[in-house]
Design a protein around this ligand. Sequence first.
Ligand SMILES: NC(=O)c1ccc[n+]([C@@H]2O[C@H](COP(=O)([O-])OP(=O)(O)OC[C@H]3O[C@@H](n4cnc5c(N)ncnc54)[C@H](OP(=O)(O)O)[C@@H]3O)[C@@H](O)[C@H]2O)c1
Length: 268
Amino acid sequence: MNSETIRARYGPWALVAGSSEGLGAAFAHAAAARGLHVALVARRSDALDRVAKEIRDEYGVETRQLVADLSEEAAPGQIAAAVADLEIGMFISNAASEPQGPFLDLPLAEHLFAIDVNCRAPLALAHHLGQPMVARKRGSIVIVTSLGGLCGLPVFSSYGATKAFGWNLGECLWDEMAPHGVDALSFVVGSTRTPNLERSGAPEAHLETAVAPQIVAANLFEVLDQGPTQYSLPEVEEAARGLFAMPRKEAVGFFSQQNHAAFPSRAD
Ligand SMILES: NC(=O)c1ccc[n+]([C@@H]2O[C@H](COP(=O)([O-])OP(=O)(O)OC[C@H]3O[C@@H](n4cnc5c(N)ncnc54)[C@H](OP(=O)(O)O)[C@@H]3O)[C@@H](O)[C@H]2O)c1
């Protein structure tokens, strides 16, 4: 999709939740490169300011930084109020919390935090920001999800479950909003070399196979109107098809083996 079409269908502002680094920052750059102004949301204001400055300097668009913790129940409403004077034509839900370790070894609070960030916040933001899009009869909502949402994801149990929630939600939004001119999409991301992945303790061999966030972001902007589900790379789609075709026992076993090997948990 060319930049002119993107601005006409999804401009003038994009809001990217979780855009202080990594994939979220890459989505923000990709939106700005296509001429959209960008509202950036995350907890670390210094990191947000850095990304915002890069975007303004490089593309000459406007930015607005919103410091918010998406685990807080009030955050989505406060964010919506803080951008009520802007026409948000695109919402990308990227922020995620990823508790890592055996389910019972992690404090309950970590699992519940992930549900708030990965489920409550995207749902509430899509509700707040989707209403004006439907009224204007144009816009785009992207829920970033993961191959790990396809079946049980040992070592990342609550994270995987929240990614299944997001995947499902994005597909419903695609169906319900299409008649109102709004394109929604679940965007299934495979291994991507972000600071977050680097901090996870994954071995270098795993990191080396992870793709650059800029490639994933560019691919998203090619498929915004091709919901209900799209994948970050053709290889990710191929892997998803393989997993869908497996008996559930085998699919969960595949992730179990891979994750216990690649992500030594606190208890291993
Ligand atoms: N990287 C991968 O290999 C991979 C694979 C599959 C799917 N994904 C999906 O891709 C998306 C990006 O993941 P990533 O790991 O690569 O991370 P990322 O985009 O590098 O960073 C996550 C962003 O979310 C923000 N964030 C985290 N918790 C937040 C909170 N409570 N409130 C507000 N902002 C918060 C972080 O900023 P602050 O710390 O400043 O708040 C950061 O900007 C996620 O939805 C993930 O599920 C990634």
